[in-house]
Design a protein around this ligand. Structure first.
Ligand SMILES: *[C@@H]1O[C@H](CO)[C@@H](O)[C@H](O)[C@H]1NC(C)=O
Ligand SMILES: *[C@@H]1O[C@H](CO)[C@@H](O)[C@H](O)[C@H]1NC(C)=O
Ligand SMILES: *[C@@H]1O[C@H](CO)[C@@H](O)[C@H](O)[C@H]1NC(C)=O
Ligand SMILES: *[C@@H]1O[C@H](CO)[C@@H](O)[C@H](O)[C@H]1NC(C)=O
Ligand SMILES: *[C@@H]1O[C@H](CO)[C@@H](O)[C@H](O)[C@H]1NC(C)=O
Ligand SMILES: *[C@@H]1O[C@H](CO)[C@@H](O)[C@H](O)[C@H]1NC(C)=O
Length: 303
């Protein structure tokens, strides 16, 4: 019973070693941590340790190398890591020499993130398609970069990158949009996020562009094309409609003599009949017919 217990502990310790160091499990050294994510020009420290008696161990690396020693724990340490291609490994001379490589990811947050519209200046027009561009400058590694597109606080889309590069690159992401009148005043922005996994900084570093708030042009559109009004002193004929640029108004009716450019008429001044109002801006026009009925007419209708 006692022996069995010890056998179990030994086996579980071995299987843990195998699973943690993968294919290099035969090499009797342990790295702690086993993988590092370091900011460019940041500091790093990784221990290499062994439980066995050996003839020497050390760290090989272009920065922070540790010459062979008889110690059982040695640290690879760099205070300002600036070698993008660094591939440190810890070696040990046991029966023969073996080594375990340390995966190092060096990241750099972008110097700038900016948003623009491709080949367009000035107001956007409802229903037309535009291409937004997000420029991310000097970022690494690009395979961990995600560009997120926002309209206000709403996430519109995400762009990721398939290329592989250890050193910083400039990246451009694009997004097609077709704004409608509901997007009047919308602010578009993009955000570059470096999601480096559990070993990386938490929360993942991100940088947001300024916001793009080009004016949006759209033509007048009434919610209904006719409105029936029972003549009453307090009722108004309200033709006011949202449009950009602001619309101008014209009224037509056999009862109207002079031109009216106001968007609102008081029914108290008007005789029963049809009054057509047209709202017009540089993109188009939309008309609405107000039908004024006299109190007698409406009584007649309901009877
Ligand atoms: C690294 O950071 C130090 C300050 O911490 C700074 O003096 C040095 O210029 C930086 N080197 C590079 C290559 O960015
Ligand atoms: C490395 O080992 C030393 C001594 O055991 C310890 O003080 C240090 O915290 C360790 N560093 C890491 C990164 O585990
Ligand atoms: C990124 O763009 C900047 C400014 O345009 C330029 O100086 C730099 O060389 C570019 N970097 C790469 C990797 O192309
Ligand atoms: C006309 O309608 C608009 C919007 O529907 C509203 O803002 C405005 O106050 C109205 N004007 C009058 C005089 O009722
Ligand atoms: C007023 O408009 C209504 C609906 O558009 C139409 O049926 C009616 O014939 C018009 N009346 C006059 C006098 O134009
Ligand atoms: C309204 O637009 C139509 C074309 O969509 C045009 O034929 C008409 O003349 C315009 N009316 C006014 C009053 O501008």
């Amino acid at each position: 019973m006692f022996h069995h217990f010890f056998g179990f502990v030994y086996l579980s310790a071995v299987s843990q070693l195998v699973s943690r160091t993968g294919t290099q499990a035969e090499c009797p050294v342990q790295l702690n941590p086993q993988r590092v994510v370091v900011r460019y020009n940041g500091s790093v420290e990784v221990n290499c340790s062994t439980l066995i008696a050996h003839k020497g161990m050390g760290w090989e690396a272009i920065e922070g190398a540790v010459p062979m020693t008889r110690d059982k724990i040695i640290a690879w340490r760099v205070s300002h890591l600036t070698e993008w291609d660094i591939e440190p490994f810890c070696f040990i001379n046991h029966e023969e020499q073996c080594q375990v490589q340390l995966p190092v990811t060096i990241y750099k947050t972008p110097d700038s993130v900016s948003i623009s519209i491709v080949d367009h200046r000035g107001p956007m027009i409802e229903g037309q398609q535009y291409k937004l561009q997000c420029d991310v400058h000097d970022v690494a590694p690009v395979q961990y970069l995600t560009v997120k597109w926002y309209k206000g606080q709403t996430l519109l889309d995400k762009t990721t990158f398939t290329e592989d590069s250890k050193t910083p690159v400039n990246e451009t992401a694009t997004l097609l949009i077709r704004p409608d009148r509901a997007d009047d005043g919308a602010q578009y922005s993009c955000e570059a996020e470096l999601d480096l996994g559990a070993e990386g900084p938490q929360p993942p570093p991100k940088r947001t562009s300024g916001s793009l708030n080009n004016e949006l042009y759209y033509k007048p559109k009434h919610s209904s094309s006719t409105e029936t009004i029972i003549k009453n002193d307090e009722v108004t004929l309200n033709c006011t409609v949202k449009a950009n640029p602001a619309p101008t108004y014209t009224w037509h009716s056999e009862h109207l003599k002079e031109e009216i450019s106001s968007s609102v008429l008081q029914s108290s001044t008007l005789s029963p009949g049809n009054y057509t109002c047209t709202a017009t801006n540089s993109l188009g026009n939309d008309s609405k017919v107000f039908i004024i009925k006299s109190t007698a007419q409406s009584l007649f209708c309901t009877l």
